[in-house]
Ligand binder design. Structure first.
Ligand SMILES: [Fe+2]
Length: 373
């Protein structure tokens, strides 16, 4: 066990199915901005939560797209400044939550996101607006991390931004918000959460607190994801999945992720795969190579999850994905053999890839991708 580590997670967590019907207790501010995506406005979720904020002045920003761009962030920040928002709520998947994190900072920090991110030389600080994150998928974990991922369209890159001002004041967890998730999204976001947990666990920077969280999260996901996929309104499965995603988020908030997420960036931006699909498509292959440098830990994990060997664990994950109609080969999302060198290069540019418990270089990453083409 590591003889030295740091652990910091300052977000207050409140979980109860149905909790978002009455949110006033959690909001100190008077002028609230709810940031979400068009789907959650069209189905009434965002406005229902806004209408439940009795006595508050509520305004909305509804234009969050998948892989949010810096331009969307700046538009949302303009609304927040105009409204003098003293509370910013992120409602949705990772995109809405990530935008809420930086917008809550930009209320009290001048300028554009480009001043602070992707080459910008200013530092975000002194967030004065309250920040509340409400996930509506069981996958992102963003509600308990200090990371936001944004896309710089001008440069054509998607990059994480890490800042301690991004820790939400509250993570409000309501399993009922996931009842209406399409089954495809249940599968991909659930497997994304599984990737967060396993990448925290096998991470070269892993710490014991996160190992325990990660193991618990993986078990909960394996026990509940198929039921949530088959029975969307099953309150137990949905509650367990959103809590598992939260626990996985706590784990990787400390360790960061590894090769799975590093390779997901080009698969998302250049091949249009959803984040969860782009991550989980390489998961079985990464499990197989993890034994290179993490044999003992991976054997312990495989046994804990009920598998005889690391390879049978990898096979079971692949079969689970197939049972949820997820792609398990790169050609299924449009990748061709001639794309592999480029994906390898982009993946190796992400520093997190070196936290993988196996040698990661042009040769090994190319071979891994080729094995699942
Ligand atoms: Fe992820």
């Amino acid at each position: 066990m590591k003889q030295k580590f740091n652990y910091y997670m300052p977000t207050r967590i409140c979980f109860e199915n149905g909790i978002t019907k009455q949110m006033n207790d959690y909001i100190k501010g008077e002028r609230v901005l709810i940031i979400s995506d068009p789907f959650l406005f069209d189905n009434g979720t965002a406005t229902r939560i806004g209408e439940g904020l009795v006595g508050k002045k509520v305004c909305y920003f509804s234009k969050i797209e998948p892989n949010p761009s810096c331009e969307s962030v700046d538009m949302a920040a303009e609304v927040a400044r105009e409204q003098k928002a003293d509370c910013v709520i992120g409602l949705g998947g990772g995109s809405s939550l990530d935008v809420a994190k930086i917008v809550s900072c930009l209320v009290s920090n001048e300028g554009s996101i480009y001043d602070y991110y992707s080459g910008g030389n200013r530092t975000l600080g002194n967030r004065t607006a309250e920040l509340i994150c409400i996930p509506t998928t069981a996958g992102t974990g963003s509600e308990v991390t200090n990371v936001g991922v944004f896309t710089n369209k001008k440069a054509g890159i998607k990059m994480p931004m890490v800042n301690d001002e991004f820790w939400p004041d509250y993570a409000i967890i309501d399993g009922e918000l996931t009842f209406t998730l399409p089954s495809k999204v249940t599968a991909s976001t659930g497997m994304d959460a599984f990737c967060h947990a396993i990448e925290a666990y096998w991470n070269k920077g892993s710490i014991p607190i996160c190992d325990m969280n990660a193991m618990g999260a993986m078990k909960l996901i394996l026990e509940n994801i198929k039921t949530a996929y088959d029975e969307p309104s099953n309150p137990t499965a949905r509650g367990n999945m959103i809590v598992a995603s939260l626990i996985a988020g706590i784990a990787f908030s400390q360790t960061r992720t590894t090769g799975i997420h590093a390779l997901s960036f080009p698969l998302t931006t250049e091949f249009g795969a959803s984040h969860g699909t782009a991550c989980s498509i390489t998961l079985p292959a990464f499990i197989r190579i993890s034994k290179e440098e993490a044999w003992d830990k991976m054997k312990t994990l495989s046994n804990y999850l009920g598998f005889e060997s690391i390879d049978s664990f990898a096979d079971a994950i692949e079969n689970l994905m197939i049972s949820m109609e997820m792609p398990v080969r790169l050609h299924e999302i449009g990748v061709k053999e001639e794309d592999l060198s480029h994906i390898t290069k982009v993946g190796l540019n992400a520093a997190i890839i070196q936290l993988t418990p196996a040698v990661m270089n042009e040769e090994t990453v190319y071979a891994l991708l080729k094995s699942i083409l």
